[in-house]
Design a protein around this ligand. Structure first.
Ligand code: FPP
Length: 288
């Protein structure tokens, strides 16, 4: 399902993007609201979509959309660092993306390599730790080398974890975990009864990350596209019509504000959540 499947809606979307320039004061107000509300997501995961359409609507080649998308990546990483978000996962290249035309795959790999190389010093000085999920060994050797260098340089940093999903497929990640656990069972090193949700999570690529609290998808598509299928069981999902190249700090603040206003019930009823919140408040007051 797409929110943009007619010419009319596509024309409207360009107009929408052009008229959604946030004034400085609106941006500052949004940021203040986000900070005041307090309950920030620990982990934000983003399906960055719409680079191609952004370019097409402007009569530009697809790669121009990806280039512009890199500017959004930089701004969103910076915003997450400033807000004190623990982890940001970006779906940069899926396993399925290998099926794109060769020239586009090659351009994306070069762009990834160039962006990491240009940004690594800045990321490192801002205490960002880079990690990846997915089969990165399938990347071209020079891109892989750049990614590994970035992981290595930033491995002791303690700020934002920038987790890049590269050559990533959630189904393959789950199958990999099943194979790993099965091998352990065959070697008798684990008891089947010990396999609970926590145990399984610890065998996924995201073993050292909390599950995403907020999943954002840009460009108005209502799909999960094989992204973190296990980990997003209880994530809040936010879908915006904005194309990725237009998704900047104010749009992120709007997504977080939307998240902050939601009630996360994890299967319980609203009244239980209110009582739990009162208990937490009481115990915080009691500890003071
Ligand atoms: C989706 O838009 C975008 C991608 C598949 C690639 C995302 C890559 C970047 C933003 C640049 C490099 C990333 C990093 C982390 C440095 P699309 O091409 O599917 O757009 P469309 O659906 O409109 O065709």
């Amino acid at each position: 399902m797409s929110a943009r499947n007619t010419d009319k809606s596509s024309r409207k979307s360009v107009f929408h993007a052009l008229t959604r320039n946030f004034s400085k004061s609106k941006k500052e107000k949004l940021l203040a609201e986000v900070q005041e509300a307090g309950n920030l997501p620990r982990h934000i995961a983003i399906i960055m979509d719409g680079n191609g359409r952004w370019a097409k609507e402007r009569g530009m080649p697809r790669i121009a959309g990806h280039n512009q998308g890199v500017k959004s990546v930089k701004e969103i990483v910076e915003a997450c660092g400033e807000l004190g978000i623990e982890a940001l996962t970006l779906y940069a290249f899926s396993q399925e993306n290998w099926k794109r035309p060769t020239w586009e795959v090659s351009a994306l790999m070069k762009l990834l390599m160039r962006t990491i190389s240009n940004e690594i010093d800045n990321l490192n000085s801002n205490n960002v730790r880079i990690k990846t999920i997915g089969h990165i060994e399938l990347l071209p050797p020079e891109t892989l080398k750049q990614v590994q260098t970035a992981i290595n340089i930033t491995k002791n940093n303690t700020g934002l974890i920038l987790n890049l999903a590269l050559s990533y497929s959630a189904r393959i990640e789950i199958l990999d975990a099943v194979k790993k656990i099965s091998r352990n069972i065959i070697q008798n090193s684990i008891n089947i009864e010990k396999i609970d949700e926590d145990f399984f999570s610890k065998n996924l690529d995201t073993w050292d990350l909390p599950d995403p609290d907020l999943v954002i998808r840009t460009s108005g598509e209502y799909r999960i596209s094989n992204f973190l299928l296990w980990q997003i069981a209880y994530s809040e999902i936010y879908i915006t019509d904005t194309y990725w190249p237009d998704f900047r700090k104010p749009q992120l603040y709007e997504a977080i504000r939307n998240y902050q206003k939601r009630e996360r019930r994890f299967g319980k009823v609203s009244e239980q959540i209110s009582i739990e919140k009162k208990h937490v408040k009481k115990s915080v007051r009691g500890n003071k």
